[in-house]
Ligand binder design. Structure first.
Ligand code: 5GP
Length: 127
């Protein structure tokens, strides 16, 4: 059972409406909202509505419609917040943590969309 999903995780509770969030975008299969501890002027989380622990779980078990909607939702957040370098924005960084070495805190797939200042080197510290 490699992908046991904990339905009491904080994002599952946000999806059920048990905990408030500052919503940026809602789609059929996704929700995007501001991170409660923003690490950049723009820090948005994009999550699927489905019960997926991480990215590899999502790709293994989500439908094509969910995967397409998720990717489009991430891009749409960039567009809505004027981040896209192709249309004059200053750019953004996507982060998706998966598992213990990544320091994943919440066991429900989420992409971080970070922007609004120069974000520096990708990682700090030695390889
Ligand atoms: P992870 O470390 O799992 O990649 O990121 C989890 C993120 O969820 C963190 O950036 C953290 O600030 C955010 N977070 C945790 N609890 C809440 C919450 O209740 N509401 C919101 N909006 N974000 C949360």
């Amino acid at each position: 059972m490699p992908y046991a999903y904990d339905d009491q995780n904080i994002f599952a509770r946000i999806l059920r409406g048990e905990i408030p969030n500052k919503t940026v975008l809602e789609t059929e299969h996704c929700l995007a909202f501001h991170d409660i501890r923003a690490q950049a002027p723009t820090h948005v989380l994009v999550i699927p509505r489905g019960a997926y622990v991480n990215f590899d779980h999502f790709i293994a078990e989500a439908s094509d419609a969910e995967i397409l909607d998720f990717n489009r939702a991430v891009a749409k957040v960039g567009e809505m917040l004027d981040l896209l370098p192709g249309t004059g924005g200053e750019g953004y960084r996507l982060i998706a943590n998966s598992g213990p070495h990544s320091h994943q805190e919440v066991p429900h797939l989420h992409f971080h969309v970070l922007a609004g200042r120069p974000l520096g080197a990708m990682l700090v510290g030695p390889a």
